[in-house]
Design a protein around this ligand. Sequence first.
Ligand code: NAD
Length: 338
Amino acid sequence: MAKILLTGAAGFIGLHVLERMAKAHEVVAIDNLADFSNYEIKLKRLEYASGGEVAFDSNNKLKSTRINLSKLDILDEVRLQKLFRDEQFDMVIHLAAMTGIRQSVEQPDIYEKVNVRGFFNIIECCRKYNVKRLLFASSSSVYGNCQDVPFTETSNTDTPLNLYAASKKMNELIAHSYASLYQMQCIGLRFFTVYGPWNRPDMATFTFIKNIEAGVPIRLYNSGNMQRDFTFVSDIAESIQRLTGKMMEGNSSLAIPYRIFNIGGGHPVNLLEYVSTLETLLGKKAIIENHDLQKGEMLSTYADCSALFEFIGFKPVVDFTNGLAETVNWYKKHRDIS
Ligand SMILES: NC(=O)c1ccc[n+]([C@@H]2O[C@H](COP(=O)([O-])OP(=O)(O)OC[C@H]3O[C@@H](n4cnc5c(N)ncnc54)[C@H](O)[C@@H]3O)[C@@H](O)[C@H]2O)c1
């Protein structure tokens, strides 16, 4: 059993990782519960994970016997350092970030602060407090204008199309320098459009489901002529669990100091096919509003996950139609939340 710090635990992927990892490890979770976006669903996720009402004590610790979670901002260096000093983690899983490409186009400054300075604070605490293993969320968006499909980890990532993507690329570069200087094992995971229960309401999946059900138009950019390599969230949690096991093995921290892995479904889906699958699952036609391609958007994403498979003997397995059916079923039972 390892002692793990999980950041961004009230987030969509964070909740699934928390649930999975807490079964086998001692997980200390943090999140700042920012009300910048998706605040209500973050509280609902915590209510679900803790099995009770969401209330914090005077130290900002969630009153719960089920999960160990504190409200803490990764930009608060003083409290972050105290946490690292007190807890002596074996490993950090860093998911906290400003997410959402569109908002990053409107408000790049907050993305720079949280995603670059915040990441730096985490990795610097790892160095100072001797945490030798860091697993962190990067993103498929680092591939930007890359035409080399499917994307492999060695494909060109020099053309990010927005500051969110650039911030994730910066994380990878900082991690590489720390891994080589300080004998830390740093693994960055390029997630490809993750979906599933407890999804972020700002992402297309829940917006589309909600609007199709309500007979409200959905916006399709570039006339829906875009592809996304969707990844079901349980495949992300499974990959992180296996990677953690691998990182905790013996002295592997020194053998493989820095790695980047794609984690994607491996089957790009055209957005029109995505909408028609939702229509079938919901038994209702979508009203489509066509718009030009938005600034900062990629046309296509497609992951080659063979490196991940070689490393942990696993790559995403959930078929897109089954994953979407499970997501729609979850949504139908939780309309009040999402
Ligand atoms: N969901 C996807 O499709 C996807 C794709 C690629 C990469 N990612 C990356 O995976 C990670 C998790 O994504 P998600 O979809 O669960 O997003 P999310 O927004 O649901 O979760 C991020 C969490 O981080 C927390 N957070 C933000 N700023 C913080 C700060 N300053 N201090 C502490 N906590 C803070 C938020 O409150 C939120 O709960 C992110 O790093 C994201 O960039 C996600």
